[in-house]
Design a protein around this ligand. Sequence first.
Ligand code: ZN
Length: 198
Amino acid sequence: MELYSKYINKLIEQFSKLPGVGSKSAQRLALHIINMPTEHVERFAQVMIDAKKNIHYCNTCYTLTDAQTCPICANQGRDHGTIMVVENIRDLAAYEKTGKYDGVYHVLHGAISPMLGVGPNDIKLKELIKRLEGEVKEVIIATNSSLEGETTAMYISKLIKPTGIKVTRIASGVPVGGDLECIDEMTLLRALEGRTEL
Ligand code: ZN
């Protein structure tokens, strides 16, 4: 005999596909949804659909936005000659939260990992190189200090160096393997200020 109705099982199955959700949490979330008022469930579902329909990559930096160009890239008050390269949107958000960086960003959406079969063409690297045709004076590589992050940093620096554009790497005060988003603002700012030329 099935423990739950097939409808609940389907819901549990969907939740368990989410990152960080184990089978126990998936059960708890599914049962929570069932116990929610119908209109809350409808609103929740609609919010997910709306977000999915309206959000896409910024045509310049590849962060997620509901406009063609994200508010950071569209802001003329920012220094468009300095591009900070990050692995993901959460890293961008971490630097943005410090409020001390006034350049623009480039989101790679991953890092090169020969072990996981992620190559240079699997991240937004061509898109970064294309941006360098404009007036860029510095590219700050702020990928994580993990093996993948370092590999990516070296790869990017080798690509950019011949162009004569300054390439810097954030200081490695950031713990090895530590996700940028988990690091406090002071550490981030120190890493940024202590960046060195590659
Ligand atoms: Zn943008």
